[in-house]
Design a binder for this molecule. Structure first.
Ligand code: BES
Ligand code: MN
Ligand code: MN
Length: 456
């Protein structure tokens, strides 16, 4: 591993240049206009995987965006690690808020700024470079490795689901490794043991058949924008609790052991406030910030649209209003069941004089890992060696909907993420810290030895 570490250090600059090349391909999966770019990113990635020494890398077409698959079989009787990640990215908008263009990677203060830099192209590429370092300097791999990188994570992994189910032999593994999460802080590496799930609905409120003069009609015709605001306001009470009947029925209490664990984490609340730029925090009464983020479900408006939003004042009573509402879920809430409960409640909240349409979007199942698997020890050991600090076990408020399926089809899932707080994922000026990129690669190089020595 010492030689491999030297290889990683010697090639640091090239590893960064190649990542920049990857980030220049605008593989935005939500936008059909970018389908060719998503495909180009898949082809580019497959070629780099081949160059790294996994010669069978293949781009598999699906009904949507392609999946990149590769393998390196050292010894059929050795354990097999399946690495998953996604090379698709979120849209860049609002593009005017970026300091440098989203698809022209720019290095400032040790960070590389670009869409997808941390979520998840940078972390996918760390795996490819760690494998290259081992395979190209003669150390080889003590376990078998299989790779599956998809182009539809940001749109719900629909085609990956079918692919995994119909390729369980080809992808057969003893454990799954994913880097698509973050670290607790710069000095504290982390193993993620839980992810929230997601239910997401679009709410459309319709009133008059067309826009109306707000003087001639206002006061007598129900305004869909006002009605939508009323509905949204009714979805949470003044204790910060979601009002949807049944919403909390399956939610588990935070256990005493979990509370103890949370209390030990050096959570920097002022730092968290500073990172967000808000004046103070608020949420469900009776819970700490980390409990609110990791252990409690919640509901948020993600987008609102109605009426006149241009400069100045235009007096108009809009014909319709729309809101996108996400609900982050925790074990054992079910995405479709929660979306159904939300629909029923939204319909009840809608005032007379408007109609309301609730459209469920793709969701995701919450997940908690079983820390008794030796894979977690291997992950913790590799992190401690490369960062020089003991890692902590955390949860994330975000979602990776495909994780429970990986676990049920293949084996325990180790989430080893290298994003730093404030990396602006899904937002303007997304960045990856280049020291973390390097240290992450070192961690992944070592991880294979830690897994081999402990078994899975
Ligand atoms: N990598 C993120 C998930 C994530 C976010 C993990 C923050 C840890 C911290 C993933 O790419 C993502 O954005 N997931 C979506 C869900 C999906 C259905 C669009 C999310 O969480 O919103
Ligand atoms: Mn991601
Ligand atoms: Mn994402």
């Amino acid at each position: 591993v010492t030689d491999t570490a030297k290889y990683v250090t010697d090639n640091r600059e090239r590893y960064e240049t190649e990542l920049a090349e990857f980030l220049r391909i605008p593989s935005v999966s939500t936008d059909g206009g970018h389908a060719d770019d998503v495909k180009a990113a898949a082809e580019w990635l497959a070629e780099k995987i081949r160059e790294a020494g996994l010669e069978d890398a293949e781009v598999v077409a699906t009904d949507g965006h392609p999946i990149v698959v590769a393998s390196h079989i050292t010894d059929p009787s050795a354990p097999t690690v399946l690495v998953y990640g996604h090379y698709d990215v979120q849209p860049e908008d609002p593009v005017e808020l970026w300091t440098s263009p989203p698809f022209e990677p720019d290095i400032r203060d040790g960070r590389m700024y670009a869409r997808g830099s941390i979520d998840d192209k940078g972390q996918v590429y760390m795996h490819v470079k760690a494998l290259e370092a081992r395979l190209k300097n003669g150390v080889g791999l003590p376990v078998n490795v299989k790779l599956v990188f998809e182009g539809e994570e940001e749109v719900g992994s629909k085609n990956l689901e079918a692919f995994l189910k119909s390729n369980t032999d080809r992808l057969a593994a003893d454990a799954v490794l994913i880097s698509d999460t973050g670290m607790f802080s710069r000095d504290i590496p982390s193993v993620t043991l839980g992810l929230r799930g997601l239910a997401y609905v679009e709410v459309i409120c319709r009133g008059p058949k067309g826009d109306l003069h707000s003087g001639s009609y206002g006061g007598a015709v129900v305004n869909p924008a006002n009605a939508l605001c009323k509905i949204v306001a009714g979805l949470k009470d003044d204790q910060g609790r979601v009002t949807i009947p049944g919403f909390y029925d399956k939610v588990q209490d935070v256990s005493a052991i979990e509370k103890e664990g949370l209390a030990k984490l050096p959570f920097d609340e002022p730092g968290f406030i500073a990172e967000t730029g808000v004046t103070e925090l608020d949420g469900e009464v009776g819970f700490s910030t980390l409990e609110r983020l990791w252990y409690r479900p919640t509901l948020d408006v993600n987008g609102l649209l109605s009426g006149f939003t241009g400069e100045g004042a235009k007096t108009v009573l809009p014909s319709h209003a729309m809101a996108k509402v996400s609900m982050r879920l925790v074990p054992n809430q079910d995405s479709s069941e929660i979306a159904e409960l939300a629909r029923a409640h939204i319909e009840r909240l809608a005032p007379a004089g408007v109609t309301v349409e609730v459209n469920e979007q793709h969701g995701g199942t919450p997940w908690v890992g079983d820390p008794s698997s030796p894979i977690f020890e291997a992950g913790a050991a590799a992190l401690e060696k490369s960062f020089g600090n003991k890692p902590v076990f955390i949860r994330e408020g975000g979602s990776i909907p495909i994780v429970p399926m990986f676990e049920s089809l293949f084996g325990p899932v180790l989430l080893l993420g290298f994003g730093l707080p404030g990396s602006n994922l899904h937002a303007p000026d997304e960045w990856i810290d280049l020291d973390m990129y390097n240290t992450g690669i070192m961690t992944l190089v070592d991880l294979y030895d830690e897994i081999a020595s402990r078994g899975v």
